[in-house]
Design a protein. Structure first.
Length: 175
């Protein structure tokens, strides 16, 4: 299989950096192009005061302005973080002699966006890290990797941290 373009999904973790390094090695053996994707995923929470009755008059206007300002800051924060993750992959790609296009879509769910970007860019392989059970982000990263693996029409290479993987069981089955 000749790799024209490799999609590297990154969340900025150490494992994502290792996945980027592997993706660059694989891309270098093919056409030497990667598409890095870092989904800017905003996180919002409902203020406790919002659970009660709606404020009236100018207090409601002030509250809405504050919420809009908080939302803008959150969007800016996640976009900056995604851009930093893409910059890391770009540095790895340049060091490996591979061309890199970076994409940072804004979405609440990273899995579908990773697939959308990979398909839109004609990628032949998706490379990403899969965090193990001891990772603090297990529910986020694990579910993203599982989603991509289960729903991708494109081959997926998942890299795990060998320290988090269960050792293989070579015991002979009981007769």
């Amino acid at each position: 299989m000749f790799l024209e373009r490799v999609c590297i999904a990154t969340d900025g973790s150490d494992l994502a950096v290792r996945a980027a390094q592997m993706g660059v090695v694989l891309a270098r053996g093919g056409a030497g192009r990667i598409v890095a994707v870092a989904v800017a995923q905003p996180r919002f929470s409902m203020p406790e005061a919002a659970g009660g009755a709606l404020a009236a008059g100018s207090a409601a206007v002030d509250a809405a302005a504050d919420e809009a300002s908080l939302a803008r800051r959150e969007f800016e924060r996640v976009r900056r973080a995604a851009r930093a993750h893409l910059d890391t992959v770009d540095r790895i790609a340049r060091a490996g002699g591979v061309a890199c296009d970076g994409v940072a879509p804004l979405a609440s769910s990273p899995g579908p966006e990773i697939l959308r970007v990979a398909q839109a860019h004609g990628c032949d392989l998706i490379v990403m890290g899969a965090h193990g059970p001891n990772d603090a982000n297990r529910s986020f990263a694990g579910s993203v990797a599982q989603y991509v693996l289960a729903n991708s029409p494109i081959p997926v290479l998942l890299l795990r941290d060998p320290r988090e993987a269960a050792p293989p069981d070579f015991a002979e089955p009981a007769a």
